[in-house]
Ligand binder design. Structure first.
Ligand code: HEC
Ligand code: HEC
Length: 190
């Protein structure tokens, strides 16, 4: 595991708390040569509580989001080109970088609507059955950018379209390091 991946894992742990990232942590410990966590009940089975977390000196707020993912992790290109990553590497990258950052972006845009923002908001409720294939039928169809119907819809839903263009699509392009359009996530409306 590289220095930056380690930093990203630690940042994500700080944002989420221990339990939710037990999978990531195991990978982190394995990659670091099997470090152990100090023998007071945190035996790596993912059931460590917030108290254990505190003793490790990370955060004292449990699963409450207290840090900015955008600041801690940063909106950066991937270390390995996305197209060269295995499915597992992509999943790891989604957990460690994309999900925390996108959760923050969506919540900043509309905290009430996206009070809960998980993998399923993009991938639908059955991500593991569909192998997280995108675009996802779970999202509403969007017309091709530049088309007449796109511009008409944009005229009605200007606020949402601006957010999708300037935040969601633009940052996904940077973070994947490859071209992203609305149709990378939404089915095409034809
Ligand atoms: C903001 C939307 C968004 C969120 C949230 C999100 N993903 Fe993704 N995910 C994508 C997109 C877009 C792709 C496809 C990228 C590409 O290859 O063009 C993708 C690809 C993947 C892949 C790779 C699939 C393949 O083809 O190999 C996996 C695995 C994955 N996501 C898992 C997750 C998991 C697990 C979570 C939650 C921790 C998550 N994603 C959250 C948008 C999202
Ligand atoms: C990285 C994936 C991704 C990309 C790229 C993306 N979107 Fe979205 N879009 C989403 C997600 C996730 C939602 C919220 C779904 C939910 O509420 O669960 C959404 C919601 C929307 C909505 C609101 C639908 C509703 O039900 O209110 C519109 C409109 C929309 N997107 C248009 C666009 C347009 C236009 C583009 C291209 C400029 C675009 N999106 C690019 C993931 C994406």
């Amino acid at each position: 595991m590289t220095v930056r991946q380690t930093a990203v894992s630690l940042a994500a742990m700080r944002i989420y708390g221990w339990g939710l990232l037990s999978v990531m942590l195991s990978a982190f410990l394995l990659a670091c040569g099997g470090g152990s966590s100090g023998g007071d009940g945190t035996d790596g089975d993912g059931t460590a509580g917030d108290e254990d977390f505190d003793e490790d000196g990370f955060d004292d707020a449990g699963d409450t989001v207290t840090a900015s993912a955008v600041e801690l992790i940063g909106i950066n290109p991937p270390e390995t080109p996305w197209s060269d990553m295995s499915h597992e590497e992509r999943e790891f990258d989604m957990i460690g970088r994309f999900h925390p950052i996108y959760r923050e972006l969506f919540q900043q845009h509309d905290a009430e609507r996206w009070a809960e923002f998980g993998c399923e908001n993009c991938h639908g409720p059955n991500g593991s059955e569909t192998n997280f294939a995108m675009p996802s039928d779970h999202l509403p169809p969007v017309p091709a950018p530049g088309s007449e119907s796109y511009n008409r819809a944009r005229g009605v839903l200007t606020d949402m379209y601006t957010f999708m263009e300037e935040q969601v699509t633009a940052n996904m392009t940077t973070m994947l390091g490859q071209e992203v359009t609305c149709q990378s996530c939404h089915p095409s409306a034809g």
